[in-house]
Write a protein that binds this ligand. Structure first.
Ligand code: SF4
Ligand code: SF4
Length: 69
């Protein structure tokens, strides 16, 4: 999928990942799962409501809402 079509952008270079993988745990939609190198990835982009919870709680600000979508 074209990155511009995704509801959120996860900058994996900014994701250590953190202990406990906060974003995966807090997503109310269950839209995030553990991917490569224990870092988050979207399970199903259509599940994400762009609520911003993962954006706000990521300690390294690795996630942003895709404003172009
Ligand atoms: S913006 Fe909300 S719904 Fe989308 S992945 Fe983050 S926590 Fe889940
Ligand atoms: S909350 Fe941020 S640092 Fe932690 S796993 Fe998610 S993207 Fe990575």
């Amino acid at each position: 999928m074209d990155k511009r079509e995704l509801p959120i952008i996860i900058d994996l270079t900014k994701c250590p990942p953190c202990s406990g993988q906060i974003c995966i745990g807090v997503c109310p939609q269950g839209a995030l799962e553990e991917g490569k190198n224990n870092k988050p990835q979207l399970t199903d982009a259509s599940e994400c409501t762009k609520c911003g919870v993962c954006v706000d709680l990521c300690p390294t600000k690795a996630i942003t809402i895709n404003q172009s979508k």
